[in-house]
Design a protein around this ligand. Sequence first.
Ligand SMILES: C[S@@+](CC[C@H](N)C(=O)[O-])C[C@H]1O[C@@H](n2cnc3c(N)ncnc32)[C@H](O)[C@@H]1O
Length: 208
Amino acid sequence: MNGFSGDVRVAAEVRYLIERYDVRTIVETGTFRGDTTAALAEMVRGRGAFVHSIERDVERWADASVRLDDGPIGLHCGRSETVLPRILADADGPVLFYLDAHWPDSPVLAELAAIAEHAPDPILVIHDVANPDHGDYAFDTYGEFSLTWPTLREAVEACYTHGCRHWHNDAASGKRVGVLYVVPDGTETDVSTNDTNCTKTETKGTTR
Ligand SMILES: C[S@@+](CC[C@H](N)C(=O)[O-])C[C@H]1O[C@@H](n2cnc3c(N)ncnc32)[C@H](O)[C@@H]1O
């Protein structure tokens, strides 16, 4: 699989966001086998950007470390919510986060709290979020907590100093998973979406 759970549309959108925001640092949570890590490193090759990936399972981390021994990649073993503040202390911005850590539970709310504190105004790509326009796209549920825009909204909006825009993937391939994208709100009329892939579902975030 070529990363992004085999979804070429997510890959295209992430590539677009990297270029549109001149992303300097990418942080993936949940390395697993490193397929997406490798794809992200390929996207930033020659751009001087760096890819961090965090995996809490020591065997998966060790396996990925063998597979990904080349390129601008840093692999970290530990829980994302603990490792993120350490990485972000020295990270160049803008930072794009590919939040994909889960099993057996989801650290996403703790991850967003760390991002709000240490890397405000991020470009967020959150995997496994329910898509309101595509009920057939997979998303994560843990007991009474499901990853949806309403359940994530407050934590997401706290990451932005001047509000944000969000949208969901409007087409999917591969494992057909719901994806939430969030970017800082701006003064430009140009929205940061790849028009062929995304619905421009706009939401004003909080202004602090
Ligand atoms: C769906 S897989 C990630 C897939 C990978 N991003 C990809 O695209 O190929 C989820 C991974 O998150 C890891 N994980 C779960 N909770 C975590 C946490 N709190 N911090 C870091 N990794 C975590 C799991 O061990 C698992 O390997």
